[in-house]
Write a protein that binds this ligand. Sequence first.
Ligand code: SF4
Length: 270
Amino acid sequence: MNQINIHSKINSARDLVEKVLAKHEKPVVACSFGKNSMVVLHMVWQFKPDVHVLFNDTLMEYPDTYKFKREVTQKWQLNIIETKPNKTFWWIVENYGFPLFSRKGHADPSKNCCRYLKEYPIDRVLRKHKFDLYFTGLSRHESRLREFSAKKYGNYFYSKRSKHWKCHPIQDWTNEDIWKYHKIYDIPHNTLYDKTPPNGFDLRTGCWCCTIPIRYGKIEFLRMNYPHLWKLLLSKVLGKVLLQQKLGINAPQTQIEHLMQIKPCLFDKY
Ligand code: SF4
């Protein structure tokens, strides 16, 4: 039954991809080199191997993502365009706070962070290349906002804000569907997914430094799988901020580094 279900989902998504490709002159596939965007990239690439592929490099992607991007780009001979932000994550933290904790006068650091690292660089590239169709691997199951958007706009619509058409061919797919597609077509996957996440932590590609999912085990995930990145993030003020939130103390850097050595799990949650 499940197999029939996935094959009918694949056929619908492929039909949509084929239909919209026939209507547009200049399509682009947004690709984070995560499991969802690899499915959409694979579908579009089969119909149009020279399609432009947009990789938004926040400069803070996981090391596995950079490695995987290089491998797939070479193997599939991708026509890739990479964006770069004008401001770094560390500049944003200094000026707005971590995407979670706010500084006085800057109420929404995560909004500002995503603007500088994602929205502005992507908008610049889309404007420059005048793409008329934008494929993504968004799924309605990823967040309430995406569920709302899926209900409101469907999987193919004109975005007045972006001034191009958008197509989300696998919007209704579950994680299980995504992995079934990977298996059926034997497409490669980012080794990030081979890491072990703590219970309840949703493993996603994107910025390794993002502090929004701390509550769900992000710091523990970094500590267990990327100790050098964990150390960097905590040493760059986050350790101090976490101790303030958790224990209400204003610890000096030497004490933070000592605690990182003797009780690293202290920083896992607040
Ligand atoms: S996902 Fe997090 S770290 Fe990345 S741009 Fe958005 S707020 Fe910043």
